[in-house]
Design a protein. Sequence first.
Length: 415
Amino acid sequence: TVLGNIEVIPAYLFDPTDLLKNIELADLMETEKADELLANHPGLQTFADAFVSSKYSTELAGISGSGPYRLAEWKKGEELILEKKKDWWGNAIMEERPLLKAIPQRLIYRAIADETVALTLFQSGEIDVIGDLSPNKFIELKEKQGTDSFYDLYSPTSLEYSYLSINTKSSKLADKRVRRALAHLMDLENINETVFYGLANRLVGPFLPSTNYYHDGLKPIPYQVEKARTLLNEAGWKDTNGNGIVDKMINGELVEMQLSIKMGNGSKEGKALADLFRNTAKKGGVDIVPTVMEFNQLRQEYRAKDFELVMIATTGYPVLDDPTLSWHTKFDNPKGSNRTGFGNSQSDALLEKIVETLDETERNKLYRDFQEIIYEEQPCIFIFTMKERIAVNNKFKMTASTLRPGFFENSFELK
């Protein structure tokens, strides 16, 4: 179960001696206050050490949530089995509270790295549900689907969206005209068709289009190579040595506009997107170098702000957004969560007003005003919201969801 986007976990298991009982969550979210607490509250470090220990990550007895299922078996990298808890208290109210439903007695998850193998097992009936299909495989299944098909396909719009995070403190990327030029060099309409098979939608800011404060008056930045070149030239970036890449004198040194774009190794589509971006960017005189790395390394370098460009996929939630942590300048510090380094007095003032404004109409206007600043400054290039790609054996009755993975397996019911 969750509260907003905060997971609710049992204190009796994770904090049996009530070490956190008198510590406010808000204080843990403030870097300075958290450091002060850590220095003056020895129990906090004790809790942190225990929380990340193997007991709570690899031992069955130490892994427990507040939902209807318990972890029964776990074969690392292969299979995970959940069993319904005895006397689950939600049984009595699950009809009026559908999220508390727990119809299957067992849920078996299988880790299958090879999508072709997974599809073969699905088509043979050995697995019942397959999610997060690659766009081309999903379209292939859709084209094969007939009236006698044994499966149903679902593609609800996901709450996940992708964007290109830009280090605005980099000497190459400090000028907003350069960042806007990069946006003009991404041929996202073509990428949607060739990489995502039309299963993506453009977006313009850091909020989901399904929110009532999303600024749909801002238009996606179009692919325009000449416009990009003009902006780069205005910012002082010109190809002075004739090698096809624009350059500029910075601190007495000729610097080429070569940019590393870092991304995790788990997404073939993300790598394809980066490769296509590299091709179109070169037409504007920008050399993009895709760098694929293991996710934990990527996360560490992103948090340390050791990057120029980073491809990010994140998930929004159906609750009011508080952009403060990601965008306020008070979090633009070595340990802070403002990764792009962007922010000014105007954007800070809007963020502060957003969180204290109760009137919905007024608050929505503040959200839109903030999006206009982000749109103008381009500290990130917002790319797509995605559609989920799910195939389910049609012996089940289920309802697709915008929440990942696109379905609630606890509510699956045989027809």
